[in-house]
Write a protein that binds this ligand. Structure first.
Ligand SMILES: [Zn+2]
Length: 289
């Protein structure tokens, strides 16, 4: 957390700053252990002063703020980071402030309670070598063939493999479980055992789950941390079908309770009845047709 839908919601939320001029960049006073900011904040301030923001992009789970001279500020929220135009949830976890002029917003803030997020300013030539080289195709754009080519030789369980950002960018623990539920595939299935129709179902389910989650502006879990750019909660937590629902009845087949298991030290939630290692449970085929 946050994953692709939350970061895409942040990206869309800060679009109003496109066209604004940067007046200064600074680090608000913060008693917490500093987050990783590269280069040093005074160098970032010097390089960005009086530059204009020309677009806001996203690479996997990172927000990319692009300037008129091609420089890009890359903000990676990691666990608890937020990119905000509104007042932050607390002042003591503010990590970065960009003061703006000439547009509807006076500032853009990066807030991070746990402080694992990072901020980097890159020259245009660095984006490919620092960011793109580590990432597979974006989860919203990847084709079944591309995903299969990346993973079909792997002996890893599909749930663990979907978290590998070099295979497919943007999916994390929560959405991986939801995607495999919609696809009707057991999360423990080894990648090298998956069939072509199963790879197609995974990619179709990925688009379906992520687009709906973006529509609802992401998931705000019980800790309340994730907020959109205006400091409002997301709504997709109300549509989770397996995540954090252990012991509750499956919403699709109704015959089984959702189970929780641990894979690579992370919780996985799934329906032991309608998520299969091979073939397709009738309740799933009714839903995805
Ligand atoms: Zn079920």
């Amino acid at each position: 957390m946050p994953e692709l839908p939350e970061v895409e919601t942040m990206r869309r939320g800060v679009l109003p700053i496109v066209g604004s001029r940067i007046e200064s960049v600074d680090r608000p006073p913060c008693l917490r252990r500093p987050i990783q900011i590269r280069p040093r904040i005074d160098a970032i301030d010097r390089r960005l002063r009086h530059r204009f923001v020309t677009s806001i992009g996203r690479r996997g789970k990172r927000v990319m703020i692009e300037m008129d001279d091609g420089q890009v500020m890359v903000i990676e929220p990691r666990m608890t980071g937020l990119v905000l135009l509104a007042d932050p949830p607390t002042t003591e976890h503010l990590r970065l402030r960009i003061v703006l002029s000439g547009g509807p917003c006076e500032q853009l803030l990066f807030w991070d309670r746990r402080g694992l997020g990072t901020v980097r300013l890159l020259h245009p030539s660095e984006v490919a070598s620092v960011i793109d080289v580590k990432l597979g195709n974006d989860a919203l754009q990847i084709t079944p063939d591309q995903l299969r080519m990346k993973l079909s030789a792997s002996r890893r369980a599909i749930k663990i493999a979907l978290l590998d950002q070099s295979a497919v960018a943007g999916i994390g623990n929560l959405y991986a479980a939801e995607i495999l539920y919609v696809a009707g595939i057991d999360p423990r299935t080894r990648c090298d055992k998956l069939t072509r129709p199963q790879w197609s179902r995974i990619v179709a389910a990925t688009g379906k789950v992520l687009q709906l989650a973006i529509h609802h502006e992401g998931s705000t879990l019980s800790d309340g941390t994730y907020r959109n750019a205006l400091n409002n909660a997301g709504g997709y937590q109300n549509y989770h079908r397996v995540y954090d629902r252990a012991g509750k009845p499956c919403l699709r087949c109704g015959d089984a309770e959702i189970r929780r298991i641990v894979q690579a030290q992370r919780s996985t939630f799934f329906c032991p009845n309608c998520q299969q290692k091979s073939g397709l449970h009738p309740s799933v085929s009714a839903e995805i047709d």
